[in-house]
Design a protein around this ligand. Structure first.
Ligand code: ZN
Ligand code: ZN
Length: 374
């Protein structure tokens, strides 16, 4: 079925995770999918299942420390050249931080849920807000950077002609990005338009392989999928090595990644949003293969509107659901993080939001970024 994939490796998929969140059963979370020998993903971390501080020296655990370092949870001390294989207190604290930031049960160990999250493909941007007990929602980059222009704000974007992928139709890619930009533009007073003059564009989009000169090399199939830079850089890069999918009907690969989901997420970074802890929000850092997550959730909307204000044509209009239907949503995996939130649909815009049954938007106002940025 996948002739060029010669090995079977383990990748723990979150689809099964969502419904198992309340009472995890480690062995039922594992789904086997084929991945290449040559990819640089994190599937080998499965061997660290159930490891914790009590295990002392764990051969190879330094690789996991590097992962935690890469995403902003663990610093390399000035006196050290490399990470050691000792599962010490400092590393345990980093694990607690990671679990807190990603909305996982805080065990300080590499339980199955934590390992499955670590192995899941994700955005390459660091999860910088990682203080324990940090507020569990949207976040900004350090200093809360944003685009500043006269209103109505207009930003122009362009695609790099030299950094492209061949296996997708250019018109499909352009249509995907247009939809992704419109989604953000529908909630904030900012418009986006494409230009062919790449050097003049505010937002520069391209597909890159490996080390591409910005200090954040891509790693091949799965692993890091892409990254977007904080304002006012405007750089939006996608890993050319991924099996990007326009739709899963025509792309059957088990490792296919939904381009529109990643595009929407990275545009959030380009606008100034960092990663959220709300699992089904667009700005959550990970995305399983063959999964689509393109609709902005209330957490995404509150975050970006705190930066730019609201689009005058946008209004929060919602239906409250009973506790019973919220429970159904949990079973359906529509939401898994905050039990006080309900899932609602806004038919007029065909968008799906999460709303606070208390109806108070003030409860959802943004955190002090300096407070969260460690
Ligand atoms: Zn990201
Ligand atoms: Zn890059």
């Amino acid at each position: 079925m996948f002739p060029f994939y010669t090995s079977l490796s383990l990748l723990l998929l979150f689809n099964s995770f969502s419904s198992s969140f309340a009472r995890p059963n480690p062995r039922t979370l594992i789904t086997i999918i084929p991945v290449s020998h040559n990819n640089a993903t994190w599937h080998e971390f499965e061997r660290f299942l159930d490891v914790g501080k009590g295990d002392g020296v764990v051969t190879g655990i330094s690789e996991l420390k590097s992962y935690f370092h890469q995403f902003g949870y663990l610093e390399l001390r000035d006196t050290d050249m490399n990470f050691t294989d000792i599962f010490d207190e400092n590393f345990e604290l980093a694990v607690f931080r990671y679990q807190s930031k990603l909305g996982l049960p805080g065990t300080g160990k590499f339980d199955s849920i934590t390992i499955s999250q670590i192995m899941s493909p994700r955005c390459g941007v660091r999860d910088d807000a990682h203080k324990l007990h940090a507020t569990e929602h949207f976040n900004y980059f350090n200093g809360k950077p944003r685009w500043s222009r006269r209103t109505p704000m207009k930003l122009i974007y362009a695609f790099s002609k030299n950094n492209w992928i061949e296996h997708l139709d250019i018109n499909d890619i352009k249509a995907i990005f247009q939809r992704a930009f419109v989604r953000w533009a529908s909630v904030i007073p900012v418009t986006f338009s494409e230009t062919i003059e790449y050097h003049k564009a505010d937002i520069k989009i391209g597909f890159y392989r490996g080390d591409h000169g910005d200090g954040r090399p891509f790693d091949g199939l799965l692993g890091v999928l892409g990254h977007g830079f904080a304002p006012k850089s405007g750089r939006l890069h996608l890993d050319a090595a991924e099996t990007w999918a326009v739709d899963f009907g025509s792309e059957k690969s088990m490792v296919a990644v939904d381009l529109e989901s990643v595009a929407t997420h990275e545009i959030g970074h380009v606008l100034g949003l960092a990663h959220t802890s709300v699992k089904d929000a667009v700005m959550y850092p990970s995305l399983s293969p063959r999964t689509k997550n393109v609709e902005l959730k209330l957490d995404d909307i509150e975050g970006v509107q705190d930066l730019y204000g609201s689009n005058p044509n946008f209004s929060f209009s919602y239906l409250l659901e009973s506790d019973t239907s919220s429970s159904s949503n949990l079973k359906l995996g529509l939401r898994t993080f905050r039990s006080k939130w309900s899932h609602v649909n806004v038919p007029a815009k065909e968008m799906t939001y999460l709303i606070d049954p208390g109806g108070s938007r003030s409860k959802l106002s943004g955190p002090n970024s300096s407070e969260l940025m460690a």
